[in-house]
Write a protein that binds this ligand. Structure first.
Ligand SMILES: NC(=O)c1ccc[n+]([C@@H]2O[C@H](COP(=O)([O-])OP(=O)(O)OC[C@H]3O[C@@H](n4cnc5c(N)ncnc54)[C@H](OP(=O)(O)O)[C@@H]3O)[C@@H](O)[C@H]2O)c1
Length: 245
């Protein structure tokens, strides 16, 4: 089986209440999958379900992936799955120069983008079908770090190291990552505040593709990683040429 059809598979998307995760949920639903979106904020999940028009194949569940007991409970409640994806990231307060470093905020980045994925892999593995997959989002900051972004850059790089190691340890389950370039999503309010639009516009002018990313660009790449059964330990760059500039 070269390509695993998404139709009729069961997909868990942590981070599915917004941004890239929500775009992936739409894509999977359109392809005929059963989708569960998860995150910490029930209202956000409810809004996303409404925007996705709450089809019968969609469910939502609250979880904080930094909490091991919550991750364990999540998989007990859900049961068998074909694909687990996490686009979760808590970067609130983490974009600071070192003199203003807030250690708690830095720890939340590590918890949401490193320990969280590690816990998801731990508890998802027994629940995943043969040919199943796990995918995470790292980020361009691992390759093009910027001042204020040291913690995020380091955690993205660590997550990619974890992906390669898990691809070996959990085989034949496939484990992959997409490091997104700059994509217009709600996360930018934490990175640039009210300078969001100007910052994204300036980057669009610099990128070879002439625009910043859309959540769909990343959903497309994750969809490929889920379906292509010859792909594991792969870091699939989708960043509009950002690494070239
Ligand atoms: N947008 C960009 O330009 C960009 C660039 C590079 C990398 N990335 C990466 O791409 C991924 C997706 O980001 P996005 O832009 O789609 O951002 P987003 O819309 O803010 O999505 C992140 C999601 O993570 C969830 N989340 C955060 N902490 C969590 C936790 N502890 N447990 C469970 N869920 C948690 C949030 O929901 P709750 O608040 O409900 O928990 C939120 O829905 C992230 O890994 C981000 O670091 C984004």
């Amino acid at each position: 089986m070269a390509i695993m059809e998404i139709a009729n598979t069961n997909v868990l998307i942590v981070g599915g209440g917004s941004g890239m995760g929500q775009a992936l949920a739409k894509r999977c639903l359109d392809a005929g999958a059963k989708v569960i979106i998860a995150g910490r904020n029930e209202d956000k999940l409810k809004r996303a379900c409404e925007e996705l028009q709450t089809p019968a194949a969609l469910d939502s569940i609250t979880v904080d992936i930094s909490q091991e007991n919550q991750v364990a409970n999540l998989f007990e409640r859900i049961g068998r799955l074909d694909h687990v994806v996490s686009t979760a990231a808590d970067i609130d307060g983490a974009y600071e120069l070192l003199p203003a470093l807030n250690l708690k905020a830095a720890q939340r980045v590590v918890e949401s983008k490193f320990y969280g994925p590690l816990l998801l892999a731990k508890y998802a593995t027994p629940m995943l079908s043969a040919g199943g997959s796990i995918a995470f989002t790292s980020g361009i900051a691992a390759y093009r770090p910027a001042a204020r972004g040291s913690v995020v850059a380091a955690v993205n790089a660590a997550l990619e190291g974890l992906v390669r190691a898990l691809a070996i340890e959990l085989a034949p389950i496939r484990v992959n990552a997409v490091p997104p370039g700059w994509v217009d999503t709600p996360i930018w309010s934490f990175v640039a505040g009210d300078k969001k639009n100007d910052t994204l516009r300036a980057m669009a002018e610099r990128l070879p593709v002439g625009r910043v990313g859309r959540p769909d660009d990343i959903a497309d790449a994750i969809g490929f990683l889920m379906g292509n059964t010859f792909t594991t330990g792969t870091i699939l760059h989708v960043e509009g040429g950002h690494r070239l500039i």
